[in-house]
Design a protein around this ligand. Structure first.
Ligand SMILES: [Zn+2]
Length: 270
C-alpha cells in the first residue's frame, strides 16, 4: 500500500513536470473507485492551469484556479507520467492530458479516490480532521509530550491515530519505536519529555530513510510502466517476528496491539 513516503515521492516526482501546465482534456475509463468519480470531470478541469501539487497526509492536492482535485492512491494506486501515445492498460482508470504527456492513474484494487472540491479544500470532511504532518516542524518532542498528557493509549496506537498525526502507518510506527528504544505498549501519557524527543526524531528518521530510498528510484518509477511497484524498505523489526534483533540478537516479538501486528525487541525497547 502506498504510504506517506511514497505519496510524497510521487508529488516530488511530478513537481518538475506539471505545475504551470494546462490540462487539455480528461479521460475517465472507470467511474467507480472508493467513491464515484465526479461527473463531467473533463468539463471541470479541461482548459485550466495546474497551479501546484500539495499533500495532506496521504492525499495529493492538485490545485487549479476553480478548486482542488484530491487524489488518494488507496491500496494499490499509482500515478505516472506517460507519453500521450501510450495505450492504457486494464487498470488505468483516469488520464489527465497535458499536451504530449498524460498523468495516468492506475489502481487495480480500486480503493483509491478522486474528488473535486470547489473553493477551500481544508474544510473538506476528508481533510479537515487530519492531524499534524510528521515531516513538519510542528511535530516536535514538545508537541508530542503536550498532546499525550493524560492519555492511557499505547504510544504505537497514538502515533498511528490520523487525527493526531497523519501518515504514520503500522510499519513506520513499529520501525520508529524500535529506533527510539521505546516499548510500543507504553501508555503515551507516561512518556518523559526526553523519550518524546527520541520518538519524534525516530519517526522523522524512519520516514526520511524511506524518502531517501525512494528518491533514487523516483524518476524511474514516475516515468516507467510502474511494473516494478513501490520500493521495498529493509525493515529493522517489522515482519521479523522470531528472527534475531539486528542490534542485540534477542528474538523479535510479535503481538497484537489494537488488532494490528506489532513487532518489537523486548531487550532494546523498554
Ligand atoms: Zn534488540
Amino acid at each position: 500500500m502506498p504510504e506517506l513516503p511514497e505519496v510524497e515521492i510521487t508529488r516530488r516526482g511530478l513537481l518538475p513536470d506539471l505545475p504551470g501546465r494546462k490540462i487539455d482534456a480528461v479521460v475517465v475509463r472507470h467511474t467507480m473507485l472508493r467513491y464515484p468519480l465526479p461527473p463531467a470531470l473533463d468539463r471541470l478541469l479541461a482548459g485550466h492551469i495546474l497551479r501546484g501539487i500539495d499533500r495532506r497526509g496521504k492525499y495529493l492536492l492538485f490545485r487549479l484556479d476553480p478548486g482542488t482535485l484530491i487524489v488518494h492512491l488507496g491500496m494499490s494506486g499509482s500515478l505516472r507520467l506517460v507519453p500521450a501515445a501510450e495505450p492504457p492498460g486494464k487498470h488505468d482508470h483516469l488520464d489527465l492530458i497535458f499536451g504530449a504527456s498524460i498523468l495516468r492513474l492506475r489502481d487495480p484494487r480500486r480503493f483509491g479516490a478522486v474528488i473535486w472540491v470547489k473553493g477551500q479544500v481544508n474544510a473538506h470532511p476528508l481533510i479537515a480532521p487530519l492531524g499534524i504532518e510528521p515531516l513538519s516542524n510542528v511535530f516536535s518532542g514538545g508537541w508530542l509530550h503536550d498532546a499525550t498528557r493524560g492519555r492511557a493509549k499505547a504510544i504505537k496506537l497514538f502515533l498511528m491515530d490520523s487525527h493526531a498525526i497523519v501518515g504514520v502507518g503500522n510499519i513506520y510506527a513499529s520501525e520508529s519505536l524500535f529506533r527510539a528504544g521505546v516499548d510500543p505498549r507504553t501508555p503515551a501519557g507516561k512518556l518523559s519529555r526526553k523519550r518524546c524527543d527520541r520518538i519524534v526524531s525516530a519517526v522523522k528518521a524512519t520516514l526520511g530513510a524511506a524518502l531517501a530510498a525512494g528518491g533514487s528510484t523516483l524518476r524511474d518509477f514516475i516515468h516507467s510502466d510502474g511494473s516494478s511497484g513501490w520500493f521495498q524498505m529493509q525493515h529493522l523489526v517489522y515482519g521479523r517476528g522470531g528472527e534475531p534483533c539486528r542490534l542485540c540478537g534477542a528474538k523479535v516479538r510479535l503481538l497484537q496491539l489494537g488488532q494490528r501486528s506489532t513487532f518489537f525487541c523486548p531487550r532494546c525497547q523498554r
